[in-house]
Design a protein around this ligand. Structure first.
Ligand code: NAD
Length: 316
């Protein structure tokens, strides 16, 4: 494992991922961190004071690290962190010393593929030897805390960096799946969230329908688990409160995957579907539901499974 690593974006996902990474690095390793929110870096520093180096910006992180991981909200943030001429990654790459080793960048943010490819092209133009991979994650906050998130890697299985990337990413997660080529990790992640977002809406409607017909919610959930409708949303993240004790729905929809993030991901997936000529009838409907729930006062900022409430599901 590397001894000089950078981590930019210590939010809901980034902090637990960086925590798992720090626990597995050799004791003499350094993690150079940056987040625009100073308390985010401060809190992380407090846990690993001997290992963490707080940096003023992405430029400083890049100068001090061999491998840099980014975990940011959207494409605009990724572009600014990498491409800002004064404080970004590029500023550190613009004048590399002759002996400086090629840097490896891994972006785990869920963003649009065009932004990723734009950043990749810019990095390559300034520093042809540097490497830039998309590796978005799935598994939510619990997966990040437990170190079980799956990584969808934007390269082919035969890329000679896969073993090195896999051993690094597995300090923070479980499965690492090479998806074929640059930006295809993101395409896979958006396809995954398209499906899980639509399943959530279908689960919310089907649960509500069966319950209104008179079936006890636990009985209905066990029917879905035994029948052809079986899926992980119903089994583990059922949107009906009280069915899965650890699910956000059983805790007032607190924590979990914010409804605004699902709106973002389905929006990106629908854009991708249009670009590649795929039909997205359910996506367009789902996007409308998540967009409206994101704006509703009793749903916004809550876990995405709150669409059950938005759709009028019974919570008694
Ligand atoms: P978050 O908003 O909690 O964290 C993002 C962090 O990036 C914040 O701490 C923010 O201050 C920091 N940041 C923003 N702009 C920055 C900049 N210019 N420079 C430095 N730091 C900056 O978001 P999150 O929930 O951790 O999600 C991060 C990404 O992971 C998103 O793309 C999201 O879609 C994806 N994701 C989230 C989940 C989830 O359950 N939350 C699950 C899988 C994937």
């Amino acid at each position: 494992l590397p001894t000089s690593i950078g981590f930019i974006g210590l939010g809901i996902m980034g902090r637990p991922m960086a925590t798992n990474l720090a626990r597995k690095l050799p004791p003499d390793a350094k993690i150079h961190v940056h987040d625009v929110v100073a308390t985010a870096t401060e809190q992380f520093y407090t846990v690993f004071p001997d290992m963490v180096v707080k940096c003023a910006n992405a430029k400083e992180v890049t100068e001090k690290s061999d491998i840099i991981i980014t975990m940011l909200p959207e494409g605009a943030h990724v572009k600014s962190v990498y491409l800002d001429a004064a404080t970004g990654v590029l500023a550190a790459l613009s004048s590399p010393t002759p002996e400086s080793a090629p840097k490896l960048f891994i972006d785990s943010s869920t963003i649009d593929t065009a932004s990723h490819l734009h950043v990749k092209a810019q990095l390559h133009a300034h520093s042809p030897s540097s490497l830039f991979y998309d590796a978005p994650v799935s598994g939510g906050v619990l997966g990040a805390e437990n170190g079980t998130v799956a990584f969808f890697l934007g390269c082919s299985a035969s890329d000679h960096n896969v073993p090195r990337l896999t051993s690094l990413l597995q300090t923070m997660g479980g499965q690492v799946i090479p998806c074929g080529g640059p930006s295809l990790g993101l395409a896979a992640k958006l396809s995954n969230n398209y499906l899980s977002g639509i399943i959530t809406v279908a689960c919310a409607e089907a649960m509500d329908m069966g319950m209104r017909a008179g079936i006890d919610p636990p009985v209905l959930a066990s029917v879905f688990a035994a029948g052809t409708a079986q899926n992980r949303i119903c089994d583990t993240f059922n949107p009906v409160p009280g069915l899965c004790p650890k699910a956000p729905s059983s805790n007032g929809y607190q924590g979990g995957f914010r409804v605004q993030l699902m709106r973002k991901d389905i929006g990106l997936a629908v854009d991708m579907a249009r670009r590649v000529g795929a039909r997205n009838i359910l996506g367009a409907t789902g996007l409308g539901i998540y967009a409206a729930a994101s704006d509703a006062t009793d749903c916004r900022d809550l876990d995405s499974r709150v669409v059950y409430r938005y759709l009028g599901g019974r919570e008694d």
